[in-house]
Write a protein that binds this ligand. Structure first.
Ligand SMILES: *Cc1c(COP(=O)(O)O)cnc(C)c1O
Ligand code: SF4
Length: 376
């Protein structure tokens, strides 16, 4: 087993290239980490043959090995549950992303925005990834030529005003290539806004260098969506990465996936969202874990998520509360799950439930809602 890096090695530890090239991967390293027996080795060999793994020394250092249920460990260390396919309904591509690609790697589901999968590479392969199907056969437009086919499509689609650059992780791309790609979109007059979805601030925060920030700042308005799932991922390093991006004028929002055994409790989500607000990252979405093959062991009940959002409402500031959404199968798009406080609108009054559970009657202006009865 290759000797891994450790925090003591100042200089090296904060060098993102070293973090990337010293990622822990392969069966031998896994066997050493988990002290696998020979029969376990066989199982894990099958798991990683189907779904590869790689972990940066930094992210690995956040694991508490004394806790077999450690939430960081569950997100990055392969698990035999990945190949058990135990729950009904799991598919490789339940969101029918492949069916919504006008050109390879570009998903056009909503009228005004597209999602470009620009690479199949990530710094850490999240065990819960909903595109883990693509780890084996990348669907992304990874060559320069493929990237420009996406640009051509968007140039010819005047309704598209926002381009979401996703992957894989776009911030693992060569800087120059990403710069050119963003510039090509920027030059299209009807593209008003760019957005990058990335987990780099969480799993390889030292990659957020001045060079990178400067390049990104040149393409504003540009928003970044990060992917923090647990309050323990908010470290001095990830805080610093976010701070650099913010100072470059890039607003940050966060997408969390609700994962069984990782963050499926009111306390954990509350601490995460408060922590994100402290580092000026706006909680944007809480995603229900999709029925993606290889992630069954992370799936929760929808009611759990609703219960969590209900528990947050009114108890913590609105800026800390994400939208709980589920991506509907077959390309139905995201569906919002909001427990509503509005119970009924009648002729003269509306009926509400307060955040403390009291019922409040609210008078409607005379005539304003007459005759329109809704029952949300
Ligand atoms: C999630 C998603 C988007 C972005 O949706 P927002 O609600 O704007 O965040 C765009 N395209 C696809 C295919 C998506 O899955
Ligand atoms: S960083 Fe994103 S695309 Fe990459 S493995 Fe994690 S969830 Fe999947």
């Amino acid at each position: 087993m290759k000797k891994t890096m450790n925090r003591g090695e100042t200089g090296h530890w904060s060098d993102w290239r070293r973090q990337f090239s010293n990622r822990i991967k392969g069966l031998d390293a896994l066997s050493g980490l988990l002290q696998l027996t020979s029969s376990e080795i066989k199982i894990y060999r099958d798991v990683i043959a189907l779904y590869r793994y790689a972990v940066t020394p930094y992210y690995l250092s956040l694991i508490d090995w004394s806790d077999p249920d450690d939430p960081i460990r569950k997100q990055c260390i392969p698990d035999p549950g990945e190949i058990r396919f135990s729950l009904p309904g799991s598919e490789e591509d339940p969101l029918a992303e492949r069916a919504h690609m006008p050109v390879p790697g570009l998903i056009h589901r909503y009228p005004d925005r597209v999602l470009a999968m620009v690479t199949g590479t990530c710094a850490v392969y999240c065990r819960h990834c909903n595109r883990k199907r693509a780890w084996r056969n990348p669907e992304a437009g990874t060559t320069r030529e493929a990237l420009y086919r996406m640009v051509d499509y968007v140039a010819g689609s005047p309704r598209v005003r926002e381009v979401i650059v996703s992957g894989g992780d776009p911030l693992t791309m060569p800087l120059r290539l990403l710069d050119d790609f963003l510039k090509a979109f920027r030059e299209i007059p009807h593209v008003e806004v760019l957005r990058i979805g990335t987990r780099i601030p969480v799993v390889l925060p030292m990659r957020i260098t001045d060079d990178l920030c400067q390049m990104l700042a040149g393409h504003r308005p540009l928003w970044i969506s990060t992917h923090f799932n647990h309050p323990r991922e908010i470290t001095p390093e990830s805080t610093e990465a976010c701070e650099r991006l913010l100072k470059a004028g890039i607003p940050l929002s966060n997408q969390t996936v609700l994962l069984k055994g990782v963050n499926d409790s009111l306390e954990v989500i509350r601490d995460l969202c408060r922590g994100l607000q402290r580092i000026m990252v706006r909680p944007y979405y809480l995603f229900h874990c999709d029925a993606v093959q290889g992630t069954d062991h992370f799936r929760t009940d929808i009611r759990k998520g609703v219960e969590i959002i209900q528990g947050l409402w009114g108890k913590i500031g609105g800026l800390c509360i994400p939208n709980y959404v589920v991506d509907l199968p077959g390309g139905g798009g995201k569906a919002l799950m909001i427990p509503s406080c509005l119970l009924e609108v009648g002729k003269d009054e509306a009926i509400f439930r307060t955040f403390e559970g009291k019922i409040v009657r609210y008078p409607c202006p005379e005539g304003a809602d007459a005759g329109k009865l809704i029952n949300p």
